[in-house]
Ligand binder design. Structure first.
Ligand SMILES: [Zn+2]
Length: 246
């Protein structure tokens, strides 16, 4: 089984985009920068710790509203599976899933904001700006589905202990607020309707499926061939929500 090789930028994309300053992330030029604590960010290794610091400041301001695309990807059947697969097989499957998600998200300049249980949350258009952030999120989602399908087929072929990697993905676009939230563990993240809707759309997605909200679909129309919306009853929503399979 092959693991994804994440795309690695030589200079920080965030610093270059915002300030036109080339901050080396890799190679010999990065050595003196590392002495001052400037290194690749763990949320997006194509940005640096300085970007992360700015990101943290923006989030602490608490009233920053940004137009973004939020994507949730969730590993399905995880609980049922953990009863029939060994601990080693499970952790290998989870690692493969996270690696594939991270590689696809970073390749499309998204921020891997956090992992919640067996789901990952990604934000596009922050801190690296992207005019086409919904399209980038959809492309990343398609790569995740393709790669996980390949991993599943490879695992089935080896036959011995085939871990099943089934992924459901939900995507929504719109304005979110950034901030530090949570009472016991202060966490830097985005909040708002867009985050909730993306998470619920992911919950409604069948294994192997990508579900987009109308707002996200309207921004990626050129990447879809005439998708038909379906009304879903989502937890926490009084009215059915129309979602589009992509
Ligand atoms: Zn930077």
């Amino acid at each position: 089984m092959t693991t994804a090789t994440p795309h690695r930028a030589l200079i920080c994309k965030g610093c270059w985009q915002q300030m036109r300053v080339p901050v080396p992330l890799r190679g010999p030029w990065s050595v003196p920068f590392r002495l001052f604590g400037l290194r690749p960010s763990r949320m997006n290794p194509n940005t640096c710790t300085l970007c992360e610091l700015m990101f943290t400041r923006v989030m602490r301001a608490r009233n920053i509203t940004v137009d973004v695309t939020v994507m949730f990807a969730d590993l399905r059947g995880y609980t049922a599976l953990s009863r029939q697969t060994s601990a080693d097989g499970m952790s290998h499957m989870l690692d493969s899933f996270y690696d594939e998600c991270a590689a696809a998200i970073w390749h499309h300049d998204g921020l891997l904001n956090k992992t919640i249980g067996d789901a990952v949350m990604a934000i596009f258009n922050f801190p690296i700006r992207q005019d086409d952030h919904a399209a980038q999120a959809l492309r990343a989602a398609r790569v995740i589905q393709d790669r996980c399908r390949m991993l599943r087929e490879a695992a089935l072929q080896t036959g011995d202990e085939a871990p099943v990697i089934d992924v459901g993905i939900g995507i929504d676009s719109g304005a979110v607020r950034f901030g530090e939230f949570g009472r016991s563990v202060r966490e830097l993240t985005a909040i708002g309707n867009v985050v909730n809707t993306a998470a619920r759309a992911q919950g409604a997605a069948a294994p192997g499926e990508i579900l987009l909200t109308r707002a996200a679909r309207d921004r990626v129309a050129s990447l879809l061939d005439a998708p038909v919306g379906r009304a879903y009853d989502l937890k926490g929503f009084a009215q059915p929500v129309e979602l589009f399979a992509a």
